[in-house]
Design a protein around this ligand. Structure first.
Ligand code: 5GP
Length: 329
């Protein structure tokens, strides 16, 4: 074993130092960024670069609808099907109050479909892409982005979806991040073991402190033409500001968005029951069983009810805007 003795930091280990600022008010801060120079995709994204995670209780269509109104993005849960999409789009509430030509365009621009590497995930993704060709972003999400087959998997995807913006991960080191970008991804997702309902660090001993992962990787990811998404570990709005300050292009949130009215698929779901996508609960719920060779790498938690997600988003954006006035951004 080789031990790296350089300090490794999480968001809670640092603070942003204020400096002379020409910004007198938070209202002068714009959080919208345009991305129009992806390595592979000719598409552009114009958004507040914060994504709701593709976790079952976070990447819901109801969350996506609210976030799209506010300019944020959503990676939809891997378990959303074509009929879920159709039911949602054609529900009475949405047809009458939400989906004008303009809001519908904005909605489709603000969502990504997600897939894992399982056969059933891929065939579900292909059906979604056929039914909704207006969706431009695909998130290829595996727990361990170091598997040898993963790079070929991304390269094959790129052949099938030449123009799409592809997000792929997760990794925590530059070498593999650049291979992922070179294989066909536009955005690499960074974070192993930092999620709020993740137990990978305890179960396997593997992980990397999130702020250091972003800080150490951002330069090489940008040099190889990619963008970096910091995924996991944000617990308060200031953590998001720190991730952007470390030069993350996008930030993905799970736990901070949990417990809201919109964190449900059906009326009977409980928004307060939140769980890791590698927990026993997720394996049983979504795949019907737990393979003998697997152990759980996720937790099940009950979070408090937080009301409407738009209030939380306003709080988050207010915090980041204020951070920007302190540091003249
Ligand atoms: P959070 O914002 O809650 O701190 O982190 C969200 C991220 O945690 C997700 O986007 C995903 O990368 C990760 N995650 C979600 N479920 C699990 C799980 O069961 N196990 C592990 N290791 N990571 C998870």
């Amino acid at each position: 074993m080789i031990i790296d003795y350089t300090p490794k930091l999480d968001f809670c280990d640092v603070l942003l130092v204020p400096c002379y600022s020409e910004l007198d008010s938070r209202s002068q801060v714009s959080l919208v960024r345009t991305f129009n120079n992806f390595k592979w995709s000719p598409y552009k994204i114009n958004c507040i670069p914060i994504f709701a995670a593709n976790m079952h209780k976070i990447g819901t269509l109801k969350v996506a609808k609210e976030l799209s109104k506010l300019g944020l993005m959503t990676c939809l849960s891997k378990h959303i099907s074509v009929s879920d999409m159709n039911n949602f789009l054609h529900s009475e509430e949405n047809l009458s109050s939400f989906f004008s030509a303009e809001t519908s365009g904005k909605f489709f621009d603000s969502i990504a479909f997600s897939t894992g590497s399982k056969e059933e995930d891929i065939s579900r993704l292909f059906s979604l892409m056929t039914a909704f060709p207006q969706v431009k972003i695909i998130c290829i999400d595996v727990a361990n982005g170091y598997r040898s087959s993963f790079l070929k998997f991304i390269a094959d995807f790129r052949k099938d979806f030449k123009d799409h913006i592809i997000i792929a991960g997760n990794v925590v080191t530059s070498d593999q991040a650049c291979k992922i970008i070179d294989s066909g991804a536009d955005i690499v997702k960074v974070g192993i073991g930092s999620g709020s309902v993740c137990s990978t660090r305890n179960v396997t001993g593997v992980g990397y402190p999130q702020l250091s992962a972003v800080l150490e990787m951002q330069e090489s990811v940008h040099n190889c033409g990619g963008f970096l998404m910091s995924d996991g570990g944000c617990q308060v709005p200031g953590d998001i500001a720190k991730a952007f300050a470390a030069n993350a292009d996008f930030v993905m949130l799970g736990g901070m968005l949990s417990g809201h009215n919109e964190c449900v698929h059906e009326g009977t779901d409980d928004p307060c029951s939140f769980y890791g996508m590698s927990s026993y609960h997720a394996m049983e719920t979504h795949y019907g069983s737990i393979a003998e060779y697997r152990s759980s790498e996720g937790k099940v938690v009950t979070v408090s009810a937080k009301g409407s997600i738009s209030n939380t988003i306003q709080e988050i954006l207010g915090g980041i805007r204020s951070a920007c006035t302190y540091i003249n951004c």
